[in-house]
Design a protein around this ligand. Structure first.
Ligand SMILES: [Zn+2]
Length: 802
């Protein structure tokens, strides 16, 4: 999901009132619509960057002022011949395609019946001016009607944006303000539109959609607004830096986590009067102090904002009690608590939130000092090296510190059995639960037998009917049986990757189980699906397919280990670049498997990935056609609920593999190491990845800019069917091999490079690369000896059907 409505605060407004945030937010919640400010409007139009709105015929009513500013308006076309229209043209082909996927049109040109608008930018004066210029008459009677029918909708929406609205009103800087509108149309239903100057991509249009009882936010189109594309405006940079994060946390017997988090906070500019943090919505702040003085804070649920913005974090505001000095570190302290720890039964626990369990701001690198106090019969693991570990009565106290800067600290707990291995200067500690969570605990399933006469089960008492129920005791999965094997595999993978990519962020890697089918990698700490701990026969039926078994037995632990580099050493620059981390992590796992089992295994897996990508849904669409990999989490929509995983992992691995085949092994491995070196603790985007990969291409490459690879496989969709026809004429040593490679099943503009291998009875094969487009690609080669076989792409250099 996309992070939008990114809140960044810096402003020179000094506030004298006590608890200003509480006052402003209460006003915003209670304001409602203003019947005295309702106008009969005709032919009013206004623009917000790429969004153009025409209020052709209807009524426009403003909300009552909050802190001196109007922040809401409602338009209704509920009159004879009433009408309004909206026009948005996404600036790029991929965004027009995305919009068309959801709306059947590459541009948004819709008539609408009504619209509720919330804004903290310059919309209020803009609309007021337009109303005045058009000489629109007031209509208090209609105002009263509209206020009574729409007030609750407006209040609800304002409540959804309460934190942001409060922030913007306190800042008082309209250039930082946002514009949001929910638009009601006949053809497309209700949809959301957001213009937020603090987001990386300021314009987002989409819709809440339901499928199989699940709610999705379908992102129809998301793009940079015009002023930002042209460079006229720049998104604001972070207001402050956080360093030296110190957390003292107590995990109570009932699993409530009570923590105090302290950090050094350095404002980048003067006059910072509101600070914005984010934290898991499962945690509540109870106190904030800055340099020892209590500070006002505001934390609210903001459901709609979260849905559009994505993620499990909530934003909260802190009002510094005194002016902060630019460049000078202040000490900020939070008391916070909540139930981030969940129980999966049988003594299996997990940190249930993928969000941050302590106050954070963006993903800034910092040093951590973490002390946990927890029931002594539990094991608790977290990021960092242990510097203190003792028991005090019923409690165990463990303190850890990180020697280097990391972007996020995690922890996990359970009743563990643990194996530690030292390998090549690294240490791996793998923890297993002693029992499986309830969901994996097999229920004794009564087996119903139709009992023939005479009974083959003489000891089972007879029943009146011939049915006998024999309770079958299934084997209880034991998550510790595979522990030593798993620890050995992870240690080998960690060492293998360390040699290939350079030093990991932390030298100790702790691996701990988490219920579910996935994992997550923090610096120095990996959550690994409990299924990876089980023997294949112990896994539930849903995980029993060949590829699934392989994933849990051989891929997932190596994939999560590889995230120490891809995601924790090198970071993804945005959701469009997340694929790099998933693809590189998964391909690193495949490299590890290849080293262990040989190249054939790698090709078999890639073949299975291709099959999965080509699998068709009920509408006959392949999984791969859901959209380009750069859509990232947007692939997870109501139209394609399963596409994200397949495209990120399977196609992502293919893209990296194709790159490898174009670079050659030696250059490819050099590239991976160089990325980790050059981008250590920095973000990497797709174009930077293309640029650095290009440096490692062999001379005379058919695709020297890697445009064929990236335009078609990264930024585009399609898996071509490739066919080779060839003939050999003449006599040795001047044989003429003539061939043609044709492509089908893809768009006209699809281009791909594919190797043709000419194998001889004796001596080395000859590889000839062919550039294929919608025209058949013909080639002619002179050969000294007759070929034994001519094969199209035997080493799987290209994702295609052959
Ligand atoms: Zn991953």
């Amino acid at each position: 999901m996309i992070r939008r409505l990114i809140l960044l605060a810096l402003a020179p407004l000094a506030l004298a009132a006590a608890d200003p945030a509480a006052g402003v937010s209460r006003q915003a919640r209670e304001a409602g619509l203003d019947p005295e400010q309702c106008y009969r409007v005709r032919d009013i139009s206004f623009s917000k960057e790429d969004i153009r709105i025409y209020l052709t015929d209807g009524y426009l009513i403003f909300g009552r002022p909050v802190n001196g500013r109007r922040i809401t308006a409602v338009f209704s076309a509920d009159v004879e011949g009433g009408d309004a229209e909206l026009l948005v043209m996404p600036p790029t082909r991929s965004e027009r395609l995305s919009l068309a996927t959801f709306t059947e049109s590459p541009t948004l040109n819709e008539h609408f019946q009504s619209s509720v608008m919330i804004f903290t930018d310059d919309t209020a004066p803009l609309l007021a001016e337009a109303v005045q210029a058009a000489g629109a008459p007031k209509s208090p009677e209609m105002g009263a009607l509209l206020a009574s029918s729409s007030d609750s909708v407006v209040r609800n929406l304002v409540t959804s944006f309460e934190v942001r609205v409060t922030l913007d009103l306190l800042l008082g800087r309209s250039e930082r303000g946002f514009f949001y509108s929910v638009v009601s149309t006949r053809r497309l239903g209700n949809f959301d539109m957001l213009l937020d100057p603090c987001a990386r991509e300021q314009i987002a249009i989409g819709q809440v959609a339901y499928r199989d009882d699940r709610a999705f936010f379908d992102n129809w189109t998301v793009f940079q607004a015009r002023s930002y594309r042209t460079g006229r405006k720049k998104p604001p940079s972070p207001d402050f830096d956080l360093a030296d994060i110190r957390i003292e946390a107590t995990l109570e017997q009932d699993l409530t986590l009570k923590a105090r988090t302290a950090a050094a906070l350095t404002p980048r500019a003067a006059g910072l009067n509101v600070l914005v943090f984010e934290m898991s919505r499962l945690m509540r702040v109870s106190e904030v102090r800055i340099d020892g003085q209590p500070a006002e804070f505001m934390q609210r649920e903001s459901l709609r904002a979260n849905m559009i913005r994505g993620g499990d974090n909530d934003l909260f505001l802190v009002i510094p009690p005194r002016e902060l000095t630019a460049g000078k570190a202040a000490r900020i302290e939070f008391a916070h608590q909540g139930k981030v720890v969940s129980q999966a039964g049988n003594g299996v626990y997990y940190v249930g939130s993928r969000a941050t369990w302590y106050p954070q701001r963006g993903l800034q690198f910092a040093r951590y000092d973490l002390t946990f106090r927890y029931p002594k019969d539990l094991n608790l693991v977290s990021t960092g090296e242990v510097v203190e570990d003792r028991t005090e009565g019923q409690w165990r106290i463990t303190r850890r510190r990180t020697g280097s800067l990391i972007r996020l600290a995690g922890f996990n707990l359970g009743v563990y059995e643990q194996v530690s291995l030292d390998r090549g200067g690294y240490r791996v500690e793998v923890c297993a639960n002693r029992r499986v969570e309830s969901a994996l605990q097999p229920k004794p399933s009564p087996t119903v037998l139709l009992q023939p006469q005479p009974s083959p089960f003489p000891r089972v008492p007879r029943r009146p009917s011939d049915l006998v129920i024999i309770p079958e005791e299934p084997p209880v999965p034991n998550p510790t049986t595979r522990l030593s094997h798993l620890a050995g595999e992870i240690a080998t993978a960690f060492e293998f990757m360390g040699r290939m990519f350079g030093p990991p962020p932390l030298k100790t890697l702790t691996v701990a189980p988490i219920p579910g089918t996935f994992g997550q990698g923090f610096p120095g700490l990996v959550y690994l699906s409990t299924l990876s701990y089980l023997e294949p026969r112990e896994r539930p039926a849903s995980a029993r397919g060949d590829l699934q078994q392989f994933f849990f037995s051989d891929i997932l632990h190596a994939h999560e280990t590889a995230h120490q580099w891809w995601g924790n050493t090198v970071l993804s620059a945005s959701y469009q670049d997340d694929w790099l981390m998933e693809a590189l992590a998964n391909y690193s796992a495949l490299l590890f498997v290849e080293k262990r089992d040989g190249g054939r295994t790698l090709e078999t897996i890639l073949g299975q990935y291709r099959e999965r990508l080509l699998k068709k849904d009920q509408d006959g669409k392949t999984l791969e056609s859901a959209g380009p990999i750069t859509l990232g989490t947007r692939l997870h929509s109501s139209l394609t609920p399963d596409a994200w995983r397949g495209i990120m992992y399977d196609k992502g691995s293919w893209i990296v593999h194709m790159l490898r085949r174009r670079l050659g092994d030696a250059q490819f491995f050099k590239l991976l190491g160089e990325i980790c070196r050059r981008y250590q603790y920095q973000t990497l985007n797709t174009e930077q990845f293309r640029a650095i990969a290009r440096e490692f291409l062999p001379p005379r490459s058919l695709d020297p800019q890697l445009e064929d690879l990236f335009d078609n496989y990264v930024y585009g969709t399609g898996i071509p069917t490739l066919k080779l026809h060839y003939s050999v004429r003449g006599k040795a040593p001047a044989l003429k091999l003539s061939g043609t490679v044709t492509q089908s099943d893809v768009n006209e503009d699809f281009r791909v490079n594919v190797p043709v291998e000419i194998q001889f009875g004796r001596g080395k094969s000859l590889v000839h690369w062919v550039h294929v487009s919608h025209e058949p690609a013909a080639f002619t080669l002179t050969l000294k000896q007759a070929p034994a076989r001519v094969v199209l792409d035997p080493g799987e250099a290209t994702l295609a059907k052959k």
